[in-house]
Design a protein around this ligand. Structure first.
Ligand SMILES: [Zn+2]
Length: 210
């Protein structure tokens, strides 16, 4: 099931997105130029002259996850094994953009699962995190999308995902104390039903003995 080639419909949708993106090239830069005027700035001054184009390029990169799908990332990267102990990938750096303020939030993501005869290349987990992070997000949805995708693609005995992140929309505006981080978790299967499994995951990401 994990080796299913990308469907024709998905490929077509991706092609349409690339086409419409190319057609819209420069549109965001133009809006940024107008925005700078509304902010009382002079978009023609030296330091800002190429800022609109730079911003568009950066924003398109930060939202490039819309143009990726999990099947392409995971295709051919799952393997049959008899291993059934917990697999943990901790401290995956995550950089995303909050959809309420379009400002960055960033931190660490910890992913664990207990295989059911099937594992995935470890680097693919980080790529999956990046794919969902490079979209306009809220931290809760990002956490849950990573967990549910792994559940769907690996059919494991359980999946746990924890994200600790700082949101610039909070810390820069002084809404919260400078060092406060938001924590979200998604626990599925054995991670939901067994406290022992959850505790093992937590102790592994903290680097302490259970
Ligand atoms: Zn926000």
């Amino acid at each position: 099931m994990s080796k299913t080639p990308r469907s024709k419909a998905a490929a077509r949708a991706a092609t349409q997105m690339v086409v419409s993106e190319a057609a819209g090239q420069g549109k965001i830069a133009e809006l940024v130029r107008q925005m700078l005027v509304h902010l009382g700035e002079d978009p023609g001054r030296e330091g800002l002259r190429r800022t609109p184009e730079r911003f568009e390029k950066a924003l398109r990169f930060l939202t490039s996850g819309y143009r990726q799908d999990p099947d392409t990332i995971l295709n051919g990267a799952t393997f049959s094994v008899s291993y059934d102990e917990m697999v943990v990938v901790k401290d995956i750096e995550v950089y995303s953009v909050c959809e309420h303020h379009m400002l960055p939030f960033f931190g660490k993501c910890h992913v664990a699962y207990i295989p059911n005869k099937r594992v995935i290349g470890l680097s693919k987990i980080a790529r999956l995190v990046n794919m969902y992070a490079r979209r306009l997000q809220i931290q809760e949805r990002l956490t849950s999308q990573i967990a549910h995708t792994l559940e769907e693609k690996l059919s494991p005995q359980g999946v746990g995902v924890i994200i600790e992140a700082r949101h610039l929309c909070m810390v820069m505006r002084g809404v919260e104390k400078q060092n406060s981080a938001a924590m979200t978790s998604a626990m599925l299967g054995a991670f939901r039903t067994s406290k022992q499994t959850r505790d093992e995951f937590l102790s592994l990401i903290r680097g302490t003995q259970p």
